[in-house]
Design a binder for this molecule. Sequence first.
Ligand code: PEP
Length: 253
Amino acid sequence: DMKRRPLVLANWKMNMTPSQVLPYLDQVIPEVEKDTGADVAIAAQDLYLAQMVKATTNTRLAIAAENAHWTDEGAYTGETSPKALAEIGVSYVLIGHFERRKLFNETDERVNLKTKAALKNGLKVIVDLDEDMSTYDTVNPNNVVLAQLRAALAGISAEELDQVAIAYEPTWAIGSGEAASATAAQKAAVLIRQSLKNLYSAGVAEKIRILYGGSVTTKNAAAFLSQNDIDGVLVGKAALDPKQFLELIDIAQ
Ligand code: PEP
C-alpha cells in the first residue's frame, strides 16, 4: 500500500477581515515550517490572495482560491481568471464546493470546465464532491458522488490527474457541527478510489489524494485521517482559529 502525503486544506469561505489575515499567517507559518509531514494550504476570498501569496513566499504554506472561472479572460464581470490566479502565485483552487453548487448554480459541466481551465494554467485542483443523505453510508455504485466524479473529470488525462485531489463532503455535514462517521467516510473514499481505478488505472487511483470535509474538528480529525483511503481534511469553521488549524496539521503528520 502506497502512502499518500496528507493534505490539510483550510477553507476560510467569506470569513476573516482584512486586518486578521497577516496576524493569522504570522501565527501559523513558523509551525507549518516545522511540521513537514503534511501539505498545508489555505483557501481564501480572492481579495486576500495576492497578499497571502506574498506573505507565504518560500514557506511550506500554499495559498488556494475558492473558485475560478473556466476561461482565461473575457466579458465575465465579477469573475476571477484562473490564468491571473496562477500568475500571482496561487497554488491551488477549490472547484465545485457545495456552497457554490447550491448557491451559485455550479453545475457538473461547469465544475468540469473550471477544473480543466485551472489545470491548463498550472493550478492544482481540489474537486469537491457532495453527497446528500440519500446515499450516505451505502456502497451504492449509483451514488451521486460518483456521478459528480465522472462528470468533473471528463476529458482529463491521467497525467493531469496528478495535480488533482478529491474532497468528499456530505452536504449535511458542512458547517453543521455534525460530521460523518469515519467509517462511512472511508466507505465513500473506497468507492471514489474504485471508480478512479475503473476510469483510469490502479496506479492513478492509488496515487490520488481523497480528503474528507464536513465539521472536522481537533476532536474528530484523527479518526478520519487514520482511515486507509482518507488522505487529508478540508476544514471550514475549525480552521478560522489558527490554534485549531495548527493542531489539525499536527494531527495529520
Ligand atoms: C467546508 O467549507 O468545506 C467545510 C467542511 O466547512 P466546515 O468544516 O465548517 O464544516
